[in-house]
Structure formats: structure tokens, C-alpha cells
Design a protein around this ligand. Structure first.
Ligand code: AMP
Ligand code: ZN
Length: 678
């Protein structure tokens, strides 16, 4: 009896999904990998012949194949925040005390979870189908990596019918130790360079452009947070523990090591237990995350700009290992700072092969008296750069002698300078290729001007070859200049790649003012400070003209940053650079500032919370209109809330606002406020 391709495909999909569950979910495979691959190949063949039978949740999607052209960006709502860290029991206790101070007379229950060391993803299921997967990016905007995420075999592409119409989940994707070891074995056999550790390999993998390559790396997934819709007033929201169980019930992978803990003592016991047992896991964890269980309490605790107040990470102690210093090299950074780096006999620490360790600066090095040939103890904790902690002085041979710091820049030969108040040595040659290279790499990087293909290698070539002396030179590059560069002895960069890079230059000129300010690489000005400055001064010229006092008037900007910004714009070299960047056509003004120099921000300083259903506009629209007038919109009511805007069916937030005496606006009231301030 001939089965129709449609029926056969449907059967294959079901069957493959069942085997995936058995294999990855329950570790009880019924068929061999080979037979699994055969079924998969059969389904792929049918879909190839009848593309109309290919569904969004087909297991063949895991094999990858849809090329991803760069990545689209997607906004995170709510943002993906970081976590505050604690490093010992006292700090955990302080955190619990802080909570108690914020909400006295409250009994807290906590959920403790493993802090898997991978890369966070935000997953969106709509009508039960995975429609979006995004990286954290800068927390507010991330890369859309849906095709890549589909290749994660433990990630369900379709949820059972019981799933809500819209489900937003935060999860960690990671690589198992065993997978990592196998991958490196393959690479060793192929004579390729080995990967450093599972975490970095995961980060690189998630952002690969070809999802077929991602599929081969076999990433895994652990879901840790069901993000309830913002401002949801449903009375019976699940506790965090309940929501983890519910996620698992929907077939999403949730690490089942989580526990509900009644108080500090149970939390501490959980942390200590896992610190001890971490080595038994087939994946790396760098700590434990402790979270308040009750959603109502979470709302009331709220978040800082950086992290929620209702959660904290307990970071495990760094792991140590013994090895030998082969050499001490000097590294020149973007600001010209020269720092010593120990080149080590490779050694395994916390699951990572460590080959280099930082020695911070030459003063530190001298104090520890680290010498070439020394046996040393190095330390590495999760995301921390390995460092040398101590030296076995008694094991030194007779030929050992103290390390002499360099007197000249290892890159340009310029005499090094030791600023009085700093422990660092500096190369003050503004044209030092190392300094220029770092500055340009920063300028072109993703969160700055995001110029395609402008990575380490290319920047090195351009600066080394004298084609580029400062960031403004980038905008004069031609395809011919690039296409000729030699990648290796027998390969050139090529027309295509060169054309892509050159084509992305005009695009990069359109980046926002805040990105440009960040890209300039002003000391102490990271991306969030850059965006504060952009918002306040609105043009490069306005910023350049601001006095130190005016700078310090900006929230969160202190004397140190203000001074550094002034010094940057006072430098004649930088003034020339800015002139040239302006001539090249970069965006020197905040977009809407151009239209109206004195845009009024009548709602500045006012904090709004929206709740319930609005009739005449969506909450997003309302939020956008409030923000356009300078107001702020947050998710939870506190004493700092100026207005609660209550639509239909407002619930707990309305009660909270009334308790706190926060002014409540109806939709009509909001409409009034917005139109009278326009
Ligand atoms: P950090 O990057 O140190 O600020 O820590 C925050 C990150 O920890 C999140 O972005 C997640 O990627 C990661 N993480 C791992 N496991 C968990 C967990 N169980 N709960 C929350 N975050 C986690
Ligand atoms: Zn130099």
C-alpha cells in the first residue's frame, strides 16, 4: 500500500520527534544513531521534493541549512539583565538582609538553580511554535539567531497544545564537556587549532552564519526563566518554582537540580553542595543563581538598571592549578597601556586549557617577583581572566634572575613612560601601531560602528601596511586596496569579501550618535555612558563644548569621566580626527535632534507604570508616546512611580498604587496629559 508523501512525512516527523525526546530528554534511545540519521535523511528527501510539506517545526530544521546573512537585531522586552554577584556566605547574607530591609515583615522563599556557564538566549514561542531566538546582545538589543537555535536538539520546535499562545522563555545554551572534548579531538586530528573552553566555543557557535555548522556542534539548552507578560495582573501567577515545573511539563529542557529553599541556611547549603559536586556534571557551572520565588514580591523588589533585585548569583571560588612560566611578554592596549602577560606551559583549570595569564602590571609583577622559568600557581574563575597568584621561589634554579620590565614599546620601539599616579607603563606614541590597531578595532566593533569584516586580522593588515592611521581613514578604503591583501601565503582576501566590507562603510556612517561617542574610545566611556551623553548633549559638537561642570550634571557621570571626556576633546589630534569624520559624513547629531534642536522633554523625571487594557492605544504605543516626551516607563509600582495608568481590568498594581498613594490616571487622563504636553 503506497503511502502519500504527505502522510509519510507526517509520520517521520512524529517518529523523529519521539526519538529525539527519548534520546535527549530521557536518555533512553530506542534506535541507533545510524537509524535515526536514516529516518532524518528520508524526511529531508521528501521535503526536498515537496517543499510545501516542510513545516516550521520539522526536525530537519535542526540540520541547519538556511543561511543566515549577518543577523537581524531584535529588541528585548523586558530587557535581559545581568545578575549581581556574591562570592561568599556573608555576601549572600547581606543580600537577604537587603531584601528584608526593602520589604520588612516578609517571609522569603528562594529557588536555587545551577548557573550554567554558556550563552543566554531569549526564546519566543507563538501558538506553540518557536518563532524567535535571540542572543542577549547588550541586554536591550540582541541578535536574532532563530535558525541556529533550531539546531539545538533539546529545544522543542513545537510545544504541546497546552502551551499558552505566547510564551517567552530565557535559557542558557551550552556545550557539554563531552561534546567539547570530542570536538577538540576532531580538530586535533584535522590539524586545526584547539578551542579554549566550552563557553567560548558556545558563544562562537551561536553566532555562526551557517546553521549547518551550528548543527554539527551539538549545543544543549537549559531553560531558567518563564518571562510573564509585562504588567500581567493575573491574580494567580505561578511562583517561579511552579513556572519551572510548568516549562518542564511543556517539554522544555529545565535542569532538574533546582530546589526551593526556605531561608539563608538552606540556600548556603545548596551553594556549598554544588561547589563541591560541580566536577561531576557533564557541563560547566560557574555558580548558583538564587531567586525570590513569589512573583508579587519580585514585582515589588523591581530591578536596578543592571540587574533584578530579586535574584543574585553566588559565584564559585576560582579554581587553581600549578604550571610553569615560559615567557613574559608585553601587551599594548588601546590606551597605550603596556601590561605583562605570562606565557604558560598549557594547563587545565576549571575545564579550560590555560596558556596565558595576566600579571596586571609591572608593579604587581615585581611585588610577586614572577620570573621566567618559575613554577607558579594560577587561578581562573568562570569568566575571569586567568591570573598568576603565587610563585614557588624555593624551586628556582641558580640561573634564575628577576624580570626586567621593558623600557621600550615592544611594538613601535618608543621609550615607555611611567605616569606618576599609575602602576602602568605607557606607550605615548599616538601613532604606535598597537595603539592605533586597538583604537580602530574598537571603532569598527559590533557595538560601535559595526563595520563588516573589520576584525583583528584585517585591522592588523591595514594598520601594519600603513593604509589606515586613524578611524577616519577607514572611510576612504577602496575595494581594490582590500582585495589585494594576503590572508595567507596563497590566499587573498578576495573581491567579494572586500566589496562587502567597503559596502558596509556608508551604512556604518548612519550609526546613532551614542554609538559614535562610544566608538571614539574615550577612556571610561562605555556604551551606557555614551548613550547618556548622547541623550543629554544631542550632538558631537554640543558634547565637545560641554565644560567639566556641565558634564558632571548628567546623572551617573562623575569627575573622573568628565575629566576624561574633556581631555579627549581638548586634544588637537582628536579635533582633527573629528573634523575628518564629520567630512566623511558620519552622524554627528541625535536623529530627532536635527529636526528640532530644543525638543521639549516635559515629562522628564516622571515615571509611569501601565497596567490593564487600554482602549484607544496599545500599551506599547502609550509607552512610546510617554518616552517621546521624556518620561520613563517601568514595569512595577514603587514609591518612585509618578503615575499608574490603569486601563480595564487593572489588578494588583492598582491596589499597590493606592496603598502607596501613587497618582492613578485613567486612559482619558493619560491622553489629556500627553496632548497638553505636546
Ligand atoms: P552574568 O552574565 O554573570 O551577569 O550572569 C547572568 C547570566 O547568567 C544570565 O544572562 C544567564 O545567561 C546566566 N545564567 C545561567 N544560569 C542561569 C539561571 N539559572 N538563572 C539565571 N541566569 C542564568
Ligand atoms: Zn608603541
Amino acid at each position: 500500500m503506497a503511502e502519500s508523501p504527505q502522510d509519510r512525512a507526517a509520520w517521520l516527523r512524529e517518529e523523529l520527534q519521539r526519538h529525539e525526546r527519548l534520546y535527549y530528554g530521557e536518555a533512553k534511545p530506542e534506535i541507533s544513531d545510524r537509524d535515526f540519521d536514516r529516518l532524518m535523511a528520508e524526511l529531508a528527501a521528501i521535503e526536498e521534493k515537496h517543499p510545501e510539506l516542510r513545516t516550521a517545526d520539522s526536525p530537519t530544521r535542526r540540520v541547519g541549512g538556511e543561511p543566515t546573512e549577518g543577523f537581524e537585531q531584535v529588541e528585548h522586552e523586558p530587557p535581559m539583565l545581568s545578575l549581581d554577584n556574591t562570592y561568599d556566605h556573608d555576601e549572600l547574607e547581606e543580600w537577604v538582609e537587603r531584601l528584608t530591609r526593602l520589604l520588612p515583615d516578609t517571609g522569603f522563599e528562594f529557588i536555587c538553580e545551577l548557573k550554567v556557564d554558556g550563552v543566554s538566549l531569549s526564546l519566543l514561542y507563538e501558538d506553540g511554535v518557536l518563532t524567535q531566538a535571540a542572543t542577549r546582545g547588550n541586554g536591550r538589543v540582541g541578535d536574532l539567531v532563530t535558525e541556529n537555535a533550531r539546531t539545538i536538539r533539546t529545544l522543542p520546535l513545537r510545544l504541546p497544545a497546552a502551551a499558552p499562545a505566547r510564551l517567552l522563555v530565557r535559557a542558557e545554551t551550552y556545550m557539554r564537556r563531552s561534546t567539547f572534548v570530542a570536538l577538540n579531538e576532531e580538530r586535533a586530528a584535522a590539524g586545526q587549532e584547539l578551542y579554549a573552553n566550552p563557553r567560548n566555543t558556545t558563544a562562537g557557535t551561536v553566532r555562526l552564519l551557517d546553521s549547518r555548522d551550528v548543527a554539527r556542534r551539538r549545543l544543549d539548552l537549559a531553560c531558567y526563566e518563564w518571562v510573564q507578560p509585562a504588567g500581567d495582573d493575573a491574580e494567580e501567577r505561578p511562583s517561579h518554582g511552579e513556572s519551572l515545573a510548568a516549562l518542564a511539563g511543556l517539554g522544555l529542557p529545565v535542569n532538574d537540580s533546582w530546589r526551593r529553599c526556605k531561608g539563608l541556611d538552606e540556600v548556603v547549603a545548596y551553594c556549598d553542595d554544588w561547589q563541591e559536586k560541580r566536577g561531576e556534571l557533564d557541563f560547566e557551572i560557574d555558580g548558583v543563581v538564587v531567586k525570590v520565588d513569589d512573583p508579587e514580591l519580585r514585582d515589588r523588589l523591581g530591578a536596578t538598571a543592571k540587574a533584578p533585585r530579586w535574584a543574585v548569583a553566588f559565584k564559585f571560588e576560582a579554581e587553581q592549578a600549578e604550571t610553569v612560566v615560559r615567557a613574559i611578554n608585553a601587551q599594548v592596549g588601546r590606551t597605550g597601556a603596556v601590561t605583562p602577560v605570562a606565557e604558560l606551559e598549557p594547563v587545565l583549570v576549571a575545564g579550560t586549557t590555560v596558556k596565558r595569564a595576566t600579571l596586571h602590571n609591572y608593579e604587581d609583577l615585581a611585588r610577586k617577583d614572577v620570573r621566567v622559568g618559575d613554577a607558579v600557581v594560577i587561578e581562573k574563575g568562570g569568566d575571569i581572566i586567568p591570573k598568576v597568584v603565587s610563585v614557588f621561589e624555593d624551586r628556582r634554579g641558580p640561573e634564575s634572575k628577576p624580570f626586567a620590565p621593558p623600557t621600550e614599546c615592544p611594538v613601535c620601539g618608543e621609550k615607555l613612560y611611567q605616569p606618576e599616579e599609575e602602576a602602568l607603563l605607557r606607550c605615548v606614541n599616538a601613532a604606535c601601531p598597537a595603539v592605533v590597531r586597538e583604537a580602530i578595532r574598537h571603532f569598527a566593533s559590533r557595538n560601535a560602528m559595526d563595520i563588516e569584516g573589520m576584525g583583528d586580522w584585517l585591522v592588523g593588515e591595514l594598520v601594519g601596511g600603513g593604509l589606515v592611521r586613524d578611524p577616519a581613514d577607514l572611510y576612504g578604503l577602496t575595494v581594490e586596496q582590500l582585495a589585494d591583501l594576503k590572508k595567507t601565503n596563497d590566499a587573498r582576501l578576495g573581491e567579494k569579501a572586500a566589496a562587502r566590507t567597503v559596502a558596509s562603510l556608508p551604512e556604518s556612517k548612519q550609526r546613532s550618535l551614542s554609538r559614535l561617542i562610544y566608538a571614539l574610545g574615550i577612556r571610561f566611556v562605555g556604551d551606557s555612558t555614551a548613550s547618556l551623553l548622547a541623550r543629554r548633549f544631542r550632538t558631537v559638537d554640543g558634547l565637545a563644548a560641554a565644560s567639566a561642570e556641565e558634564l558632571e550634571e548628567v546623572d551617573e557621570i562623575g569627575a573622573r569621566i568628565a575629566e576624561s571626556v574633556r581631555a579627549f576633546f581638548d586634544s588637537e589630534r582628536n579635533q582633527v580626527l573629528l573634523r575628518r569624520l564629520k567630512e566623511a559624513g558620519l552622524e554627528f547629531e541625535e536623529e530627532d535632534a536635527a529636526a528640532d534642536e530644543n525638543v521639549d522633554q516635559p515629562l522628564e523625571g516622571q515615571v509611569f507604570v501601565l497596567t490593564g487594557t487600554l482602549e484607544g492605544m496599545t500599551r506599547n504605543e502609550a509607552g512610546a508616546r510617554i518616552k517621546a516626551l521624556g518620561g520613563k516607563v517601568t514595569g512595577s509600582v514603587s514609591s518612585r512611580t509618578t503615575y499608574l495608568v490603569a486601563g480595564e481590568k487593572a489588578g494588583s498594581k492598582l491596589r499597590k498604587a493606592e496603598q502607596l498613594g501613587v497618582e492613578v490616571l485613567t486612559e482619558a487622563g493619560l491622553e489629556n496629559l500627553l496632548s497638553s504636553n505636546r
